[in-house]
Design a protein around this ligand. Structure first.
Ligand SMILES: [Zn+2]
Length: 235
């Protein structure tokens, strides 16, 4: 058995001037996808469960799925959170701390449609509601291109910021742009994270490297059949 880890960015209608329209999954599409998971008997797990599975422990649920979001867009709270909550699903939100509370900003310079980002209260509400929060760095840099000192700051300060905000340990990281190398992994471990998520496509099997966790991107162009294929057949 392998576990699908889904990743999303924006749950919203695509902005007309957006360069990366695929990053928008509409609330209707998202609701349909989550409802399908529910009907098929999937249970949304926490990242700690995924790590436990990798290390060879048996999970208590039959069909686990981990639902993740990158960047920390405000629409994760306004649009995705109510849908997930209504179905009894949890998820893991990766936040670039430098964008917290920002309005009309972009984590990727190539994108021309700005977005609003989660503020502190929204992050706290989701955490209090049973969601997990992870770090996506501070400034959404390509970590494999950074000087050592900046790399360490990105990993440690973002972690400390979220730990201070939520009064809990932040143990999971997702690499901005999916960019990492052996040195980045070493630094992520040293910063105290217990796992890190990539953008490499595939499901997570037992015995894998917890710092190179594969995920399955869900984008706005996916039909419900594409989604079903990814969940069931993709390895
Ligand atoms: Zn990102």
């Amino acid at each position: 058995m392998k576990i699908p880890v889904l990743y999303y960015h924006k749950i919203d209608f695509p902005k007309k001037n957006a360069v990366y329209k695929g990053l928008y999954v509409t609330p209707k599409q998202f609701k349909r996808q989550m409802a399908l998971l529910k009907i098929l008997g999937y249970s949304a797990i926490k990242p700690e469960d995924l790590i436990s599975f990798i290390k060879g422990h048996k999970l208590s649920v039959k069909k686990p799925v981990l639902i993740t979001f990158d960047d920390g867009y405000e629409n994760n709270f306004t649009n995705a959170y109510p849908i997930l909550k209504s179905l009894g699903f949890t998820s893991l939100i990766f936040i670039s701390t430098g964008f917290i509370g920002k309005k009309k900003s972009v984590p990727d310079e190539r994108e021309s449609a700005p977005e609003d980002f989660l503020d502190k209260n929204e992050i706290r509400s989701m955490y209090d509601g049973g969601f997990s929060i992870g770090s996506h760095g501070i400034s959404h840099y390509y970590l494999d291109k950074l000087d050592e000192s900046v790399l360490i700051d990105e990993l440690t300060f973002s972690k400390a910021y979220l730990e201070n905000l939520l009064n809990t340990d932040i143990n999971f990281f997702s690499y901005p742009f999916g960019a990492y190398n052996a040195n980045v992994i070493r630094a992520v471990k040293k910063a105290g994270y217990s796992g890190a998520f990539t953008t490499a496509k595939g499901k997570v099997g037992a015995g894998g490297n917890p710092y190179e966790l594969k995920r399955i991107a869900v984008n706005g162009y996916n039909t419900i059949f594409n989604f079903l294929y990814k969940i069931i057949f993709l390895q």
